[in-house]
Ligand binder design. Structure first.
Ligand SMILES: [Zn+2]
Ligand SMILES: [Zn+2]
Length: 397
């Protein structure tokens, strides 16, 4: 669900518009979205526990519910988000077809529309008039409120920013047949499973309605919670946050600060121990030969961003402290930062040179060992400076 499909195009922007006599009025309510969200939510909240109390759910239905919820979630995160919105990797027509089905099952509008909204979100993040789900308008608005009124009716059918996706036959097929696919998947899958398993009501309740509600709200958390709750290790240019708990709920999308800093990276979490099943899934596809050209930001750029952010935070803290020697401390911080960056750049340059020579059969062993030694020395030098840098900035943390 996103916005109501209307052929009209008005010129008012997202905010409440002003009437000629100066009074403001809110954009029109989208009753279809309001009804779908509230009815499914009420059924999941009341119907589910009542049914569970009187009849209970069998294990097969519970397993199918988990699989169906994961299918919807990953179709959005791996498909709508990282594949179509950001072109972070490429995959074949079969996988794209699966994502298109999962996206319709999740009822989050067509991939074309979703990606168009999402590209606007990245380009104008936190701009209350343009970002379709600006977190600066509060939790309710960024979570669900933006879909309940015609806030951006003027650009509903404007797909200029997704011309590349208009060349994808799967995207266009799903876009043209979206409503039919929504009905077929949302009634068809639960009914089919219920018929095979012999429990139609239980299946409709759990796999039909509850799965939809869960999959709606966990993905909505990416627009709300992931812009409000957590840390900012890579950038403070926008409200996006990194939060391992949100990542647990959102198939890894909770590492949203990294994502907004490096939106074309197929990863949202970059450490092996961080929970990013969407990344693991895409990587597995590539191992199976089903995905290629996985985009990855260089470690050097990531470390530069981290250092810059640490410098900004430290300077900001120092400006708020009434230290008698603040100017000297600020100069020292800047000097250590410059030194850190210099040694980091020298290390990565040596690393590239070392990787080059190890591949080259024609380079003499003596030269290889010289370059390797230089590389190791620069590594130690950078690590030493990084230690100094950390101890300096932690004094003011
Ligand atoms: Zn975001
Ligand atoms: Zn994104």
């Amino acid at each position: 669900m996103q916005s109501h499909n209307s052929p009209e195009k008005s010129q008012n922007l997202a905010t409440n518009s002003q009437t000629p006599n100066g009074t403001s009025h809110k954009p029109k309510l989208i009753w279809l979205n309001i009804l779908v969200f509230s009815i499914t939510f009420a059924i999941a909240l009341v119907g589910l526990p009542v049914y569970a109390y009187f009849y209970d759910f069998d294990v097969q239905t519970i397993i199918a519910f988990i699989v169906a919820t994961g299918f919807c979630g990953m179709s959005i995160t791996a498909g709508y988000h990282r594949l179509w919105s950001h072109r972070a990797y490429e995959t074949n027509i079969f996988i794209r077809f699966i994502y298109a089905i999962g996206g319709a099952f999740a009822i989050q509008n067509s991939a074309l529309h979703w990606s168009s909204d999402h590209r606007v979100h990245h380009r104008h993040v936190d701009d209350n008039d343009i970002d379709p789900y600006s977190a600066k308008r509060g939790f309710w608005y960024s979570h669900i409120g933006w879909m309940l009124r015609e806030y951006q009716q003027h650009r509903y059918s404007d797909y200029k920013n997704v011309r590349d996706l208009q060349r994808d036959p799967i995207v266009m097929w799903q876009h043209r047949n979206y409503l039919m696919l929504v009905v077929l998947t949302n009634f068809g899958f639960p009914l089919l499973f219920g018929l095979i398993n012999g429990n139609i009501v239980g299946s409709l309740l759990l796999i039909g309605v509850t799965r939809l509600v869960v999959s709606h709200h966990v993905t909505f958390f990416i627009n709300s919670l992931a812009h409000m709750w957590g840390s900012q290790p890579y950038s403070d240019q926008n409200t996006a946050k990194d939060n391992p708990l949100v990542a647990l709920l959102t198939y890894g999308e909770g590492y949203h600060n990294f994502h907004h800093a490096f939106q074309y990276d197929y990863r949202n979490a970059i450490k092996w121990w961080q929970f990013d099943p969407t990344k693991w899934f895409i990587k597995s596809l590539s191992w199976l030969g089903l995905a290629k050209n996985l985009k990855k930001i260089s470690e050097e750029k990531i470390n530069q961003a981290i250092a810059k952010q640490q410098l900004n935070k430290t300077c900001c803290k120092l400006m708020n402290l009434s230290l008698p020697d603040r100017e000297e401390v600020l100069a020292k911080v800047q000097q250590e930062y410059d030194e850190l960056l210099e040694r980091m750049t020298a290390f990565y340059k040596a690393q590239r040179a070392w990787l080059e020579v190890t591949k080259d059969q024609l380079v003499e062993n003596v030269e290889k060992s010289n370059i390797s030694q230089q590389y190791n020395e620069l590594k130690i030098s950078w690590f030493e400076q990084r230690k100094n840098w950390h101890s300096l900035i932690h004094q003011y943390a």
